[in-house]
Design a protein around this ligand. Sequence first.
Ligand code: ADP
Ligand code: ZN
Length: 746
Amino acid sequence: MMKPNYVRVVIDRAIQRELDYSVPETLADRIGIGSRVRVPFRDKSALATVLATLDQSDAKGIRPIEAIVGEAATLSESLLALAKWMSSYYCCPLETVMRSLLPQVIRRAEVGWKKQLVVYPPAKIDIEQLEKLRKRAPRQAELLDAIAELKEPIIAAVLLRKTSLDNQTLRALAKRGLVDLREEAVERDPHADEEFIATTNLELNAEQVLALKKVTDAVAAPETAKPILLHGVTGSGKTEIYLQAIRGALERGRSAIVLVPEISLTPQTVERFKSRFAEMHDAVAVLHSHLSQGERHDEWHKIHSGRARIVIGARSAIFAPLKNLGLVIVDEEHETTYKQEEAPRYHARDVAIVRAKMEKSAVVLGTATPSLESYYNATTGKYELVMLTQRVDDQQMPLMRIIDLRQERRKEKIAPILSGKLSQAIEDRLQKREQTILFLNRRGFSTSLLCSSCGEARNCPNCSVALTFHRHPTSAGRLSCHLCGHTAAVPKKCPACGKDALIYAGFGTEKVESTVSQFFPKANVRRMDADSMTRKDAYRDTLRNFRQGKIDILVGTQMIAKGLHFPNVTLVGIINADLALHLPDFRAGERTFQLLTQVAGRAGRGERLGEVFVQTYTPFSPSIQFARQHDFAGYFDQELEFRERCGFPPFKHAVLITVRSAHEARAKLSAETVVRRLKESLGSEFMLSDATPAPLEKLQGQFRFHILLRGAAIIRLSRLVRETLERLPLPEDVIATVDVDPYQLL
Ligand code: ADP
Ligand code: ZN
C-alpha cells in the first residue's frame, strides 16, 4: 500500500461535512480506509473515521492528525459503502450512521483487553535454589514444585487456587527471577462457564432437503441468486436448515450472520448454534444488548480478527465486521424490532439485503408469517419463495376459536377479561395438568383513572395519553406514564370537579393476573412483562419454571409470543385481539394477523392438539378470520389489494417527517412551512399530506406534527426531502426528524 499524504475523514459530530487532514510520516504506515483517528477540530480534539486516503488536498489550513485509535482499520471498505448507502437512503448524516455501525466501545477505544498474569513452564529448574528455598521459604518452594510440573502456560490465579497459595508467594518467586510470569490479554467470554455438547446434522425431510438445496445453491452462486424468502410454519425445521446451510458456507471459506429479534435471543437459541459448531472453538460470536462493554469489545475483536466466523445477534449484528460474508439469515423477518426507532432509522432486514448484495452473499429471510413487503417481493419474482408446509413432528395446527365479546357482555360473566368459554377451557387444562398461556399486549392494572361525574381522565402532563395504574413494583400504587416515565399519586377526589367519583377503567396484564388468580385459587399463576421482569435473570427463571411445569398459567405481553417451545402448553388465550386493530396505522391489520398466527404457534407443540381462544369485539375482521383458517395467501391477497388501492407500502414507499417543539404554535407553523417548501420541490408523482397533529400529539412535553410523503422512487424522494430540509432554517427550538419506511406512525 502507498503511504498516504492526506486522509478525508468524517468526525463523530453533527457537522455534516467531510474534512481533510495531513498524515505525519510516523503514522502513514498504519493508516488506511476505515481507520479510527483522533484529529484536531476547532480548539479541541475529536474522534473520526477515515473515508479515503489522498495524495493531494485542496483544503485550506490543513492540520495533521494526532493519533490512530485502536489497532487495525476498524471498518472495511464494503462496510463504509454500506454506511454511505444508509446515509442517503435513510436521510441521515454519515456520522450518525457510524454510531450504529461501530459499537461505542470500539469507536472510542476506551475499553481495552482484560489483562491477566500467566505463568509459563520454566525452561529449567535450579535444584540448588529450590533446596535452599525449602528451608527458608517452604511455601515458595511448594509453589515452585507445582510450576516445575507445568506442561503448558496457566493463568496465575488458577495456579494459586489449585495450590492454595497466595499472590505474595508468587510475587516473591518472581522477584527472585525463578518464575516466567507474563501479562497477557484474555478474552471475556460471556459463555465461558457453559458447556456446549456437540450436535450433528439431523436427517432432513423432503421439504427441508429442497429448501436447503436452494440456499446452498445461492451460497455457491450469489451473483445470480435472489434473496430467499423461507416461509415455514413454526416448528417446520427452519433453524435446522440455517445450521446446515451455515456449515456449507463455512466449508467454502465463507462466514455467516444470523439476525434474530432481541427477544428471541434466548439461551436456547444461542445454545443451538454454539453446540452445532462446538468443535470449532470460538466460531460463534454472540452480540446482544446485555453484554458488558468489555464483552462487547472482545466479541467484536473476535469477529474482526477472523476467529469468529458465525455471528448471531440482534439488529445491529448486521454490521458485524466479518470478512468473506457468504450467508446472511434474517430469522422472523416480519418482526418490527428490526426497525431502529432512533436515527439512523434503518430496517435491519433491508440493510441485510443491501449488504448481501454489495458483498456477494446469499440472503435468507425466514418466517412463519412473512411481512407484506417480503411476500409481495416473492410474488413479483424479486425474491425466491421457498415453502415448508409441514411441522417436523407432523403436528396439526391448533384449533382457533373466536369468542365474540359483544355476546359475552350480554351474558355478564367476567367478560371482558375472561369469557365463560375461556375460563372453562382453563379449568379443563388445570384438571388435566396441562398448561395455559394468556396473552394481552398491555401492561399495568387499570389503563385509566376516570371521573364518573365530570368524565375527566388523569392524563400525563407531558404526553397526550392517560396514566396507567400499577399495583405492583416498580411504581406500586401509583399512576405512571408508559411513554415518559412520569408518575403521580392516586388522588382521593377528582382534581377537576372535586367529586369523590373516581373509577378505574380498562385493564392490563396485572389485572388479568389478579383476576385469574382469584378465579383459580389453586393454580400457580405468573406474569411476564416488562414490569415483572426487571431483575436480570427473571426472564430465564420464569421460563425455566414454566418449562418444568411449576407454573400452570402464564400471563404476559408480547414477551411470551415469540419463538419459545413448551410441549405441555395446550391452551392459548388471547384476551383482547382488537388492541392493535384500532391503532391509526396502515399495518394494524397485518400486525394482528401476525400476532394471532405467532401466538397460535405456541399451542400444542407436543403430542396433544392445541386450542387457541381469541376474544374480540370485531370477530369478522379479515385479519382474525383468515388467521383462524391459517389462510396466509387469502389474507395477503386481500391486504395487498387494500394497500394498492390506498397507495401504501409495498406499492409505494412512505416517508414520515415529524416536526416537534415545546411551543405548539411554532411546531405547527414550521410544519406548515416544510409542507409549502416540499410542494415547490416535489413533482406530482409524489403524494404529500398536509401538516397534521400526530396521533400522539404531545410526547415528553413536545408538540408533534406529522407530514406523510409517499412515492415509488424512494432514493429520489429521500434526496428531495433531505435537500429541502437542509435549505430550510427552522427555529432553534423546533426539530424535524425524517423516518424513511416508517413503522411507528404515532
Ligand atoms: P423452526 O425454526 O421452523 O421453528 P426448528 O428448526 O426449530 O423449526 O425445528 C423444530 C424442532 O424439530 C426442533 O426441535 C428441531 O430440532 C426438530 N427438527 C428439525 N428438523 C428435523 C428433522 N429433519 N428431523 C428431526 N427433527 C427435526
Ligand atoms: Zn408522559
